[in-house]
Design a protein around this ligand. Structure first.
Ligand SMILES: *Cc1c(COP(=O)(O)O)cnc(C)c1O
Length: 430
């Protein structure tokens, strides 16, 4: 299942193909060298599988797109998706919603986070995470990141008394020591919401990510592990949280149509006390997702084959630190990170420019101005400013790359060679 190989353009060229300004040491006359260039796309997904297209067309033909618009005897695609996902991760309850960010916001609301409350979260994460805290009027308290790119559990232990909830982001798929994290949070009576936007299909010690905390939240957005454009899933074993989340999502009094929800009596009070903050999923998206969920394990294996190929190609490069993955972690290698730890900003920037010129699109979390999806805790200026020198040092060196399934294993080898060469050239400069 290595996919189709992207054509490799080997060109005889002058160093100007990279950037002559960056390469003053080589003169044009000397440098007729073979330079490999990668020509694939870092943002091209796999197509939607045929079974999903057929299911979507069936929904379009009958026209009942709203999740509660069902005929006698029909469960509806959304209710079936919830039932299937709950069983896949071993959760009692599942609710499908409009986005991953909405799932997180709903989890925080269902846990009772109110305006002005502090919420612990990762300093290294993406904008929708502090954004979900801000959506409920909460105030993020950032916890440091380690060189393994996971939440720093010593820093968490030091800060855990400041809040009642930890919004834990498994950023870029890195899982921390979950036993120790839960121990720290339980001892302080802190509830954990897991942001599994990058870990659908991943596990720690055999327990699925999203099943360690009180609530697990997933995204079905195009850049995650199953793709309906937009969409989110929330799982929990707590019937009251499930009932509140369902009412919040906009169930009106139709909650009994859910196949993966709590019994009607759980709603007795909750249905009067919980506002409707519409964010339902529709049957069209659910129809697209259900066949993809069946294929998830196969896709995980395809991602990991690519990840491990890249990882092998990036080993033993002086100056480049790979994040070693602990044995307890079952990963989904949909992206890869490495550290250029304690490099100057100019040199990291030079590596990115040189790789970019050869078609390898790297992202850098140390960039002073946020670009595309990468922003940093100090870019989220609606939150109180916080000082995290340890995180600053690590973020200044984090280089990040997406691994679309449209890459072949040969593509991954080529990309690793390009990164190796360019990191080595820049590292060797005085
Ligand atoms: C994508 C993402 C989310 C939110 O998902 P959406 O479906 O885009 O709202 C949350 N956390 C992280 C880390 C993400 O990358």
């Amino acid at each position: 299942m290595s996919g189709k190989a992207t054509s490799i353009r080997s060109v005889v060229c002058f160093s100007a193909v990279t950037d002559s300004a960056l390469d003053a040491s080589r003169t044009r006359a000397q440098t007729r060298v073979m330079t490999e260039i990668f020509t694939g796309s870092f943002t091209q997904q796999d197509p939607i599988p045929e079974a999903a297209i057929e299911a979507a067309v069936a929904v379009l033909r009958h026209g009942r797109l709203h999740r509660y618009n069902v005929i006698d005897g029909e469960a509806g695609e959304v209710a079936l998706l919830e039932q299937e996902f709950a069983s896949q991760v071993g959760a009692k309850y599942c609710l499908a919603v409009a986005s991953g960010g909405y799932a997180i916001t709903t989890a925080l609301r269902a846990l009772g986070v109110k305006s002005g409350d502090k919420v612990l979260t990762n300093a290294f994460t993406l904008a929708p995470v502090p954004g979900a805290i801000a959506a409920v009027g909460g105030r993020p308290v950032y916890v440091d990141v380690t060189e393994a790119l996971t939440i720093d559990l010593d820093d968490l232990a030091a800060k855990v008394d400041q809040a009642d909830v930890l919004l834990l982001s498994h950023m870029r798929g890195h899982l921390c020591d979950m036993e120790r994290l839960i121990e720290i949070c339980n001892a302080a009576n802190v509830k954990v919401v897991e942001d599994c936007a990058h870990t659908m299909g991943a596990a720690w010690n055999g327990v699925a990510s999203g099943r360690w905390g009180v609530v697990g939240c997933y995204s079905c957005q195009t850049y995650k592990h199953i793709n309906s454009g937009e969409g989110g899933l929330l799982v929990t074993d707590d019937p009251e949280i499930a009932a509140r989340a369902t009412m919040l999502s906009g169930s009106y009094m139709l909650f009994e149509r859910h196949l993966a929800g709590p019994d009607a009596e759980v709603y007795a009070q909750i249905k009067y006390e919980t506002p409707n903050i519409s964010g339902r999923m529709d049957n069209l998206r659910a129809a697209i997702l259900r066949p993809q969920l069946q294929d998830l394990q196969t896709q995980v294996e395809r991602w990991n084959a690519r990840y491990h190929t890249l990882e092998a190609g990036l080993r033993n490069v002086p100056g480049l630190t790979l994040t070693e993955r602990p044995a307890q972690e079952s990963i989904v290698g949909s992206s890869i990170q490495f550290l250029l730890l304690d490099w100057s900003a100019e040199k990291v920037d030079e590596v990115l420019t040189r790789c970019g010129a050869r078609g390898v699109d790297l992202k850098w979390f140390g960039v002073p101005e946020p670009v595309a999806f990468t922003s940093r805790y100090d870019s989220w200026r609606y939150a109180e400013p916080q000082s995290l020198p340890q995180s600053d040092r690590i973020l200044a060196g984090v280089v990040d790359m997406r691994v679309p399934l449209t890459f072949s294993l040969d593509d991954c080898k080529l990309i690793a060679r390009i990164i190796r060469e360019e990191v080595s050239v820049v590292f060797q400069k005085a």
